[in-house]
Design a protein around this ligand. Structure first.
Ligand SMILES: [Cu+2]
Length: 145
């Protein structure tokens, strides 16, 4: 019983007071606040996640599924492609994958990206609805339409 005479063992006031000029206390408060509100910036800094927007050519909802799946298979934590803007937003750990690796996987699935050109065979195997206008169609390949 005596053990609990003073509980909690740390003086709670240390954490509550703001008038104290004790820098350590302020730091503790900041860390506690960060944990409570879960600042995304802090989370990103701690885990070293990389956010990137990559241009990927495509057409429809099926393309979206395949592009996102390819990005994730290459190690992207999250991948969201927009049919309207043709921009793929990815979040990944630079230690595990890279923008290059993600784009190569997408190109392999049949989709042109800003830095890579899709595999022609893979593109040919895409369903008709997914035959988007290739990157730089005016110069290299004949238009589908
Ligand atoms: Cu499609």
């Amino acid at each position: 019983m005596f053990l609990f005479h003073q509980w909690p063992p740390v003086d709670v006031n240390v954490f509550i007071t703001t008038s104290s000029s004790n820098i350590r206390t302020m730091k503790t408060l900041l860390i506690i606040t960060a944990f409570i509100f879960g600042s995304p910036a802090l989370v990103f800094a701690q885990t070293g996640l990389q956010k990137e927007s990559i241009k990927v050519w495509g057409n429809c909802g099926m393309c979206k599924k395949k592009i996102e799946k390819a990005a994730k298979s290459a190690g992207a934590k999250t991948a969201t492609w927009s049919e309207e803007t043709n921009v793929l937003k990815v979040v990944y750990e630079p230690a595990k994958t890279s923008s290059t690796a993600i784009q190569q996987a997408i190109a392999k699935a049949g989709y042109d990206t800003q830095d890579f050109t899709a595999d022609n065979t893979a593109y040919g195997k895409l369903p008709a609805c997914c035959h988007y206008d290739r990157k730089g169609t005016d110069s290299s390949t004949t238009s589908q339409h």
